[in-house]
Design a protein around this ligand. Sequence first.
Ligand code: GUN
Length: 283
Amino acid sequence: MTAQLIDGNALSRQLRAQVAQRAAALKARDVTPGLAVILVGDNPASQVYVRNKVKACEDSGLHSVLEKYDASLSEAELLARVQALNADPRIHGILVQLPLPAHIDAQKVIEAISPAKDVDGFHIASAGALMTGMPGFKPCTPYGCMKMLESIGYPLRGKHAVVIGRSNIVGKPMALMLLAQNATVTICHSATQNLKAHTLQADVIVAAVGKRKVLTADMVKPGAVVIDVGMNRDEAGKLCGDVDFAGVCEVAGWITPVPGGVGPMTITMLLVNTLEAAERASV
Ligand code: GUN
């Protein structure tokens, strides 16, 4: 079997075109959806992510403001900036890029963001809403993974989904979103014994560990859907995911590539969340 690709670039183009249309409709009512992105310090990966987010806003007709601060910025100063953005009517979404320098309590900063502007979906109010099925912003990466499953018309009801990874940003919200679609969900993590015994049972596997070749062909049931959230570098410095792509392609029914899979979808869902924040604020 050779797996079919779930193309995150193509799906992103479609969804971003819809965002641009809805943004234009808001603009006709004098509301331009606005995203503020805060970057503290000079983490090279964060700089690339932040640049891509700001560029994606521009391309879809969203207004964005990038605030860059030296790593020496104090927690109090950062909290004051978040408060100011909470009160700024031109800003509908606030994103504080993680990781933050060690002297800043990231959770405290996240909780300072108004839940109405929490387009990353990291606030405990957003997490609680997701857990209980109430309206709220969903974290962009697992939300993008769900859109990819939706794009292939995959019926999750009664299917067995295995999520590898239990982070607050991806693994846990991913499991909740799959559960909300009536999948039977298993969460595997660093203390899981015999990972392969779990993944071999899975109709859907989401790999979100941050380590190469966590999932190999011998761990995948023929025909399974494999979603690769990983963003790693191989020996040659080439971007690769958590999945041994060449091997798993021979067994899986569907697979997301890296690059060009989940990565662009994460940014797309940030645009969707920012647009929705603006729509909610302007009714
Ligand atoms: N760092 C890595 N991924 C993310 C993300 O999705 N949002 C934020 N704010 N920081 C990140």
